[in-house]
Design a protein around this ligand. Structure first.
Ligand SMILES: [Fe+2]
Length: 247
């Protein structure tokens, strides 16, 4: 996948779309709101088609995703989703999140080969999607249920052993609320479930720039040495240590 393909697939639309589709295809949605959800799907799909071929930069993708979410009252929609039913197979982990994949059926008018990964995260109260940055990757979180403390940081500088980060977002995230991450904005995030169980829908695009080999998570410790101007020296962590300290 290259930047052009990334743009063509209009991931912003697809994030909302894939979530709604996932829910619609499960039996977890109240009958009464199925027609409303179907209408949203049609509208979002049309937006995807209209946007196809445009070139989106990562920053534009982030604002685009956010604008799309604002057009749908997800918070209200989520009250109609039976999460107990949708997630009855889920086993919560003692540290961090467990991830599961809802079925993703083929939909007419959408690309058959998806350029992004999608999954749901389930977390018991007090558990975290532990703090991490991202290499060559764009991702979006949508809170489905529960209550999260969501912290984000810009990644200003990199060393082999640490990165210099600066807080950007630090607030409560409720169902229907979302945030996006890219190489250029809010690169580090950390979500702690303050009320559980917590569920997050996620899509992620790896290898945004195909000329760079690396793509994925880098675990860090945002509780490191405080520097001038609100900056923090955040040591890079092995996954096992990140889960031990923050999971
Ligand atoms: Fe992430």
């Amino acid at each position: 996948m290259d930047r052009r393909d990334f743009a063509k697939q209009t991931l912003g639309s697809l994030l909302t779309f894939s979530f709604l589709q996932t829910i619609l295809e499960s039996t977890a949605l109240a009958e009464s709101v199925r027609p409303i959800a179907a209408k949203w799907l049609a509208e979002i799909n049309q937006m995807s088609l209209d946007l196809k071929g445009q070139k989106l930069k990562q920053l534009d993708w982030q604002s685009h995703v956010e604008a799309l979410f604002q057009q749908v009252d997800l918070a209200e929609f989520l009250t109609y989703v039976d999460f107990a039913k949708l997630t009855k197979e889920i086993r919560f982990r003692e540290q961090g999140e467990s991830s599961f994949k809802a079925s993703f059926p083929l939909v007419e008018g959408l690309p058959t080969e998806l350029v992004f990964g999608h999954q749901m995260f389930a977390l018991g109260k007090g558990r975290s999607v532990v703090p991490h940055g991202h290499e060559n990757m764009a991702t979006a979180f949508l809170v489905l249920q529960g209550e999260f403390a969501g912290k984000h940081y810009d990644r200003l500088e990199d060393d082999k052993k640490f990165m210099i980060i600066k807080p950007t977002i630090d607030r409560k995230f409720l169902p229907g609320e979302y945030s996006t991450v890219s190489d250029h904005r809010d690169n580090v995030h950390w979500f702690k479930a303050t009320a559980g169980p917590g569920f997050i829908f996620n899509i992620h695009v790896l290898n945004v720039d195909p000329t760079i080999k690396k793509s994925g998570r880098v675990y860090v410790d945002p509780e490191g040495e405080k520097l001038s101007g609100g900056r923090i020296k955040a040591d890079k962590l092995r996954p096992v240590d990140a889960f031990k300290k923050f999971g």
